[in-house]
Write a new protein. Structure first.
Length: 117
């Protein structure tokens, strides 16, 4: 299989779940090929964990953006969320990574100031 075929066979879906406004996880991004690569790239850049499941991605890419996942898929999504909560280090979860980087930069600046005095 060529590199082009590899890219074109990729699928990615991003979900959001806000317990205060969503009944179920909602599809906020979905794409095939190059778009799938960009979705995964953005997730990685923003500390959002990525889980690979081609079968589930195939089903989810058939749904419209803004759609809550169907009840039949609840267990699959719960299993993924549970996996992330159990096995993903806290500093790699969304939001946590950027806070940690800011704290390290602040600490480095303070150390430089102390060394200069």
């Amino acid at each position: 299989m060529s590199q082009y075929d590899d890219i074109m066979n990729k699928k990615a879906v991003a979900l959001r779940y806000d317990e205060n406004r969503d009944v179920a996880p909602v599809i906020v991004a979905s794409g095939l090929g190059y778009m799938a690569e960009k979705i995964v790239e953005m997730a990685n850049e923003n500390g959002v964990p990525v889980y690979e499941d081609n079968s589930l991605a195939t089903v989810l890419t058939q749904l419209d953006l803004g759609t809550a996942i169907p009840e039949e898929l609840y267990q699959a999504i719960v299993d993924i969320y549970t996996y992330f909560l159990k096995y993903t280090p806290k500093h790699t979860m969304a939001g946590e990574a950027s806070v940690e980087v800011k704290e390290v930069k602040k600490e480095e600046e303070e150390n430089k100031e102390e060394g200069a005095s």
